[in-house]
Design a protein around this ligand. Structure first.
Ligand code: ATP
Length: 527
């Protein structure tokens, strides 16, 4: 059994600076891409053992900053010191040698391998007299894992671990010091973006453990509440400028959101939107749908309704919408939209019947990264601008600009740049626009706001609600973000072991109820 090391006192208090020198000292660091100044000259100091949150709206420059630290980008100006030693800008090796470590959202682990093999990836096994020693490696692995605050058997296969534990393995691997380069700084890029709510607390414990071990942590996140809970300090970027660096003790949710958006934020609250009337027609009817991961799932969604799907990883939540859409194979069951049958494995026909599906892994399935934002937006339906014998570029451009404005895509004036040159959150907005322009009757949204900043998230939520309540459509949202489901959905279907085990609506839609139902600890589930 794995166990997470109990939470201790605040990290920053536990570790004193060595000789008063910051672990990370950044001066005047800047980076432009063509005419886009992604990062204006930036100064930043981070102490040993400090958890420093980095926040900012989509396209504010967070990734550019981190990639300039890691050596992936060559910064245009500035200098970086790690514990007083100069980093060679643009050199991945220099960043590593000085102790900078990076854990990205996709973790870069092999699910079918053991924890030990993942930790030793790249061949860094311990040897005794030239022979790989199982015992020495296991002991070293346990020590590495303890550094990330977990006690996991290194012989376990990675896929048997919870998502938070898998993140701990990625952190432990990043913090290995086999080659003699002691880790000093750990950069975590949105580590909780894909975690179910219940595991967020575990992940935050891992971050605290790392800081207690004396490593400075840069914690990139869009989640304000998490930042307030775990970070000692927060830096907010906006349009490539540093807006502020604050002691988190001086901040509350309101003041941090104000720093982020520079304006009052109008959060979405489902209670201000009418639920569909009892006699509203059923738009989506799923009947006894089974697949490799689903077990006789049935539900209906009425016109005007927004329904959420919750559940832990492996519950069926991740595959249900792709199966309904016809992208994943079905074993039995039927899906009907407004009376017509949606065939299995024929997403092309689903689209014709008015179904839109926004997949979670937009980089793989949702978009063509090398095509322009305009081409991606127009992809699903080019007929609107077809004027024999060619496409009207002017009409197309005008429509693209309208979508850019509606979703505040940044930069907002260049739809011809490739999609991959937009920040992650802006790519998601473009992808969302692509489907919204087909005016779907049924919107299937898988993790629709992952990586999207707080203001854009509120805007996307408004658009989803408007599409359902005013536009005569309905929406189903599958999300690991419990608060998103609670604030946007009229009712939430909770999945476990491939089945719907409970439905939460009204006052029952709480984080606690949701977790209990998802984990099967709520007694007899509500139906
Ligand atoms: N390789 C690139 N080529 C051109 N422009 C880029 C490139 N990478 C980033 N940009 C631009 O630099 C700006 C900052 O982007 P960056 O990815 O740093 O934002 P971010 O804060 O990480 O956003 P997100 O939260 O959406 O990931 C954006 O305007 C983006 O379009």
């Amino acid at each position: 059994m794995s166990r997470l090391v109990p939470r201790q006192s605040e990290a920053a208090e536990a570790v004193a600076d060595v000789g008063g020198q910051p672990t990370l000292s950044v001066r005047n660091l800047s980076k432009a891409f063509g005419s886009t100044q992604a990062l204006w000259p930036l100064d930043l100091d981070i102490r040993q053992g400090e958890i420093h949150a980095l926040l900012g709206e989509n396209g504010s420059g967070k990734s550019t900053f981190i990639k300039s630290l890691s050596g992936y980008h060559v910064a245009d100006t500035g200098s970086v010191e790690v514990c007083g030693e100069s980093l060679t800008l643009g050199s991945v090796k220099s960043a590593h040698d000085l102790g900078c470590r990076f854990v990205h959202q996709d973790l870069g682990l092999i699910r079918t391998e053991t924890v030990l093999d993942n930790l030793c990836a790249g061949g860094s096994y311990r040897t005794v007299f030239g022979t790989i020693s199982g015992r020495a490696n296991r002991q070293a692995a346990m020590a590495d894992l303890a550094r990330a605050g977990v006690d996991i058997d290194p012989k376990r296969r990675l896929e048997t671990l919870s998502p938070a534990e898998q993140t701990a393995v990625a952190v432990a691997r990043a913090l290995r010091s086999d080659d003699g380069a002691e880790p000093k700084l750990l950069v975590l890029d949105e580590p909780t973006a894909r975690l179910p709510q219940k595991e967020v607390a575990q992940l935050l414990d891992i971050v605290r453990a790392v800081a207690r071990a004396g490593v400075a942590v840069i914690y990139v996140s869009h989640r304000v509440d998490e930042v307030l809970e775990v970070a000692d300090t927060a830096t907010v970027l906006r349009d490539g400028h540093k807006v502020a660096t604050r002691d988190v003790k001086e901040l509350d949710r309101r003041s941090l959101v104000d720093l982020l958006v520079g304006d009052a934020l109008d959060d979405v609250d489902i209670s201000s939107h009418n639920a569909p009337t009892v006699d509203a027609p059923v738009l989506l009817a799923v009947d006894s749908l089974s697949s490799a991961e689903l077990d006789r799932v049935s539900f209906e969604v009425k016109r005007g309704e927004v329904v959420g799907i919750a559940g832990i990883t492996g519950s069926g939540r991740e595959s249900i919408l792709a199966t309904v859409f016809g992208e994943l194979p079905r074993v039995t069951g039927s899906v009907r939209v407004g009376g017509s049958e949606i065939k299995a494995e024929r997403p092309d026909l689903s689209i014709k019947d008015g179904v839109a599906y926004v997949p979670p892994d937009r980089k793989i399935r949702g978009s063509i990264a090398d095509s322009s934002a305009r081409e991606n937006l127009m992809l699903v339906d080019l007929t609107k601008h077809w004027k024999f014998p060619k496409i009207s570029r002017r009409g197309e451009h005008a429509e693209v600009m309208r979508w850019f404005e509606r979703f505040s895509v940044r930069p907002g004036d260049d739809a011809d740049r490739t999609l991959s040159a937009f920040s992650g959150g802006n790519q998601q907005k473009i992808l969302f626009g692509k489907w919204m322009r087909t005016e779907p009757r049924v919107l299937l949204l898988d993790e629709p706001t992952q990586g999207v900043d707080i203001a854009a998230k509120a805007e996307l939520h408004k658009q989803i609600l408007a599409a359902a309540t005013d536009g005569g459509a309905c929406a189903v949202i599958s999300s690991s973000d419990t608060e998103e489901l609670i604030s946007v959905c009229h009712r939430i279907l909770v999945m476990r072991h491939g089945r719907i085990v409970g439905t939460l609506r009204g006052k029952d839609k709480t984080v606690v109820n949701l977790s209990h139902t998802a984990f099967g600890t709520a007694g007899e589930a509500r139906k």
